[in-house]
Design a protein around this ligand. Structure first.
Ligand SMILES: [Zn+2]
Ligand SMILES: [Zn+2]
Length: 211
């Protein structure tokens, strides 16, 4: 019944693609598929898991650059991010080339996500929170029962996401983190988009951007 996860850093940006799975049913999802399809599918197969979907937090290349390649090999729905990140995903051909990533065409997710939507993995329910600021369509995924937050590039260990990109907004980011994320229980574990995990309690006490 337990919800399990493994961080699988991908791309030169070491983006924390995360394999989440339900121990009992073996149902699995991959979040933020930035690249390295063969390795990711190898991790799924090695654990005998049944990959059911790709979940995306936002449209940056290190988080979505591998989606088209992966879904050519496994026919799974792509859920998220919020539609306000479509302009990022439509720029993938130019951006993958600019960053020297393997080329990706643009794509359209199977379903855009909105505040209050829910995603399920086996018996585990994740609530969608829309947190614009780093990108306008950034979402984070919160499983209350497992006390786990998939935070993408909103929140890092003692830091927050950059807001100097097109349509970034620092005030929006801070306000949304305060109103929707810092209200979660202190012992909620946070999977960040890059680097180490943290907890809500740690960030409340030690994050210099949120004092
Ligand atoms: Zn990002
Ligand atoms: Zn990132």
């Amino acid at each position: 019944m337990a919800l399990q996860f493994e961080l699988l850093p991908v791309t030169p940006f070491m983006q924390n693609c995360t394999l989440l799975w339900d121990e009992q049913s073996r149902a699995a999802v991959l979040t933020d598929v930035g690249g390295e399809t063969e390795r990711l599918l190898g991790e799924v197969a090695a654990r005998g898991l049944d990959l059911q979907a790709v979940w995306l937090t936002h449209g940056h290349v290190d988080h979505v650059g591998g989606v088209v390649d992966l879904t050519k090999q496994v026919d799974v729905p792509v859920l998220g991010p919020h539609a306000d990140d479509d302009f990022w995903i439509q720029q993938l051909p130019a951006i993958t080339q600019a960053y020297r990533f393997p080329f990706s065409p643009p794509f359209t997710p199977t379903r855009w996500l909105n505040e209050g939507d829910t995603l399920t993995l086996g018996e585990h329910v994740f609530e969608v929170l829309h947190i614009p600021g780093h990108t306008p369509g950034h979402v984070v995924l919160y499983c209350a029962a497992a006390k786990l937050l998939v935070a993408g590039d909103v929140l890092f260990l003692e830091s927050i996401g950059r807001t100097d990109f097109p349509r970034g907004n620092h005030a929006d980011l801070i306000r949304n983190i305060r109103e929707k994320i810092l209200v979660l229980p202190d012992d909620t574990r946070v999977i960040t988009g890059h680097g180490a995990m943290t907890t809500i309690g740690h960030e409340k006490r030690h994050n210099p951007f949120l004092r």
